[in-house]
Design a protein around this ligand. Structure first.
Ligand code: URA
Length: 308
């Protein structure tokens, strides 16, 4: 099955309203879930163009819920016009063939994803003082994966996620579970250090996270632990508070994986506090430990003997 995507604006700007981008990504997932994977451009004539939506128009959701009066723009047409911008933005990356596709060995797949990432200049972070890209580290066959927000100064220096103070605490949390850092895989939502350790912008997260999705698809962890609000909100595409997000598992499927993909075995996602937050507010460590115990139970892990 295919979906027609009209492409009425040949000189579209390369930026896209983040809300619109999210709405379109959701629509593409929806098409995927219906078994529609192939999109193609259908050139439209001037008369089919939608004059009332500007290039930097409001989110698709708005366009659909509040269509302009008269016959200027139906919700369906708004969706088609909006979707056309996505083509320009290359959001259809999710449907394009990836170099690692069909490669079962996660080591090889991760290598290909890293090569595809290259010396990335896809978002503004590449020119905001990053020393290097911090791809991810750990066991490519890991059952458990931790996802943080983005590299800090130490990570940028060393090229490895979670090696600074927050990393030391994460190591201790992993150790408390009775496993070692080398047993899990650790990555971030964005792979370049945001200047001054600021929170990455949503657009930066959305530009970078397809590579994380591909890493997850290659590794196929049983459980992902999202560390902090940025990781949780980006992975779940939800805007809830940490209090609302913690304490349960979410069925997680990386964007780009088809719902009927026989190679995808399913994955549960849990949310806990970011170690940097726990350093600032150690009273919450007990809550984080509850989250990790929930994860351990799901993985059939026993906490280590305190004597050892
Ligand atoms: N904080 C993160 O979110 N990730 C890191 O790699 C380090 C600190």
């Amino acid at each position: 099955m295919s979906a027609h995507i009209c492409y009425p604006y040949p000189r579209m700007p390369r930026t896209l309203d983040p809300d619109l981008r999210r709405a379109l990504a959701a629509r593409i997932r929806y098409y995927h879930d219906m078994g529609i994977y192939d999109f193609y451009w259908q050139p439209v004539t001037e008369s089919q163009e939608a004059p009332s939506i500007k290039n930097d128009a409001s989110p698709l959701a708005d366009a659909a819920i509040h269509p302009p009066s008269g016959d200027e723009m139906t919700p369906r047409k708004a969706a088609a016009v909006a979707a056309s911008r996505v083509v320009e933005e290359n959001i259809f990356e999710v449907t394009a063939a990836k170099p690692e596709q069909g490669i079962d060995d996660p080591i090889k797949a991760l290598k290909l994803i890293r090569e595809d990432l290259g010396d990335c200049t896809r978002c503004p972070l590449h020119k905001q003082g990053r020393k290097q890209i911090v791809f991810g580290v750990g066991n490519p066959h890991a059952e458990l994966m931790f996802v943080g927000e983005g590299p800090g100064a130490d990570e940028d220096q060393q090229g490895e996620p979670f090696v600074g103070r927050a990393g030391q605490l994460l190591n201790n949390m992993i150790k408390a579970m009775g496993i070692a850092r080398e047993d899990v895989y650790i990555a971030n939502i964005v792979k370049c250090r945001p200047p001054g350790n600021r929170t990455p912008e949503r657009e930066e997260c959305e530009t970078c996270s397809p590579f994380l999705m591909r890493q997850i698809t290659a590794i196929k962890p049983k459980i992902i632990v999202a560390l902090g609000a940025t990781a949780a909100k980006t992975l779940l595409a939800m805007n809830s508070s940490m209090a609302q997000l913690r304490g349960r598992f979410y069925d997680f499927k990386p964007v780009g994986v088809r719902s009927n993909d026989p190679n995808w075995n399913g994955c549960q996602l849990a949310v806990t506090y970011h170690p940097a937050f726990l350093l600032r507010d150690p009273r919450q460590k007990g809550e984080a430990w509850k989250d990790l115990q929930m994860v351990m139970k799901e993985l059939g892990m026993k906490p280590p003997n305190p004597a050892t």
